[in-house]
Design a protein around this ligand. Sequence first.
Ligand SMILES: Cc1ncc(COP(=O)(O)O)c(C=O)c1O
Length: 408
Amino acid sequence: MDKKIPLTGFTSTALHAGHEDDPRGSHITPIYATSTFTFDNAEQGMRRFAGQEDGYIYTRWGNPNFTEAEKTICAFESFGITDSNGAPLQLKAFLHASGQAAMTTLFLASLKQGDTILSHYSLYGGTHELLHKVLPPLGIDVIIADLRDLNAAEAVIKKNPGIKWMHLETPANPTIQCVDIAQLAALARQNGMGVSVDNTFATPYLQQPFRYGVDFVFHSTTKFLNGHGTAIGGVLIGRDIDLMNTKFTKWYRLLGGNSNAFDAYLLSLGMKTLELRMERHCHNAMEVAHYLDGHTNIEKVHYTGLADHPDYATCAKQMRHAGPMMSVELKGGLQAGKKFIDKLQMCTRAVSLGTADTLISHPASMSHFGVSKEEREKFGITDGLIRMSIGIENVQDILADMEQALER
Ligand SMILES: Cc1ncc(COP(=O)(O)O)c(C=O)c1O
């Protein structure tokens, strides 16, 4: 095969970076629906187990469909980024069964009894519960602070020397708050802490946390990376290749949160069009935000593409566009919100996000049901908040559906 020309565009990267030619000439990588892989002889099996020869062994440890998706995601997250020597940034990823599984591998491999995690006070409900319910019995504590205030973050770190980790989710689910990755990563480094970023809402097309020196990025690939709502999945990506090849490989294999060939195949198909979809999602979201912002029945639109959003500047600093996600509060609170959701005729009533169609959900009773009302309200998740994942339909149809659903 001729040496490949350097890929300079995001979609060229999406289509070619992770792909390896199939020995039988299949254009699209086939689905390797196999639990195990054969060896030519015992010696080869031994060499593979000893890491002396590349090759697959057992799907919990790796599979060609995982490799393809992992390579594409690494190419996305490192796109256009160089390391301290000016060489293209090297990353390694592990494809998981879900975003939650990727997060579990990350936290269990990185933290031990006596450690504390510092995080922002608006997080996906499952992350909030993992930090508050699963980790504390293992002796790992969590402190939640408003990390949009750098002085407050500094003060919390000074007061709590046990903080070993900073976990960021930006934009955050469902309030769309953004925190400054560059400033917080620098603060974490000064204090010897590790930093992880949940990049699910933004995707690497809109935001690349590795630009700011963070240690790990993860995604629920269930969302925009897959793009079509066809599979649950997650990915954990790290920049310390030695650590990823040793401890993280071990923990990934032992915890057993791996993906499967079919879901990985669906993810690879979806990622081919990430740039095109995100451009359309973001364009539509901006139009919807402007429309709702001026509507008499809307109390508040939380969208970081609107100049009056408190995190507008942070979003503009680190994201290509403000993204497809927004939340809104209707005049009339919960009752008005329920009525609006029930009247929708085209937009889809469902949790999750990142599918091609517009998804509308009610965080307090759905994605954040497991978070107490008191905590939800402290974080800005009011009972009347409606979350919208704006799709790639023709925008006039999204607006028309919202218009008729908002009529009183
Ligand atoms: C921001 C964010 N992170 C993580 C997750 C968990 O991902 P999964 O449902 O794939 O386990 C979600 C799910 O909604 C999410 O929105």
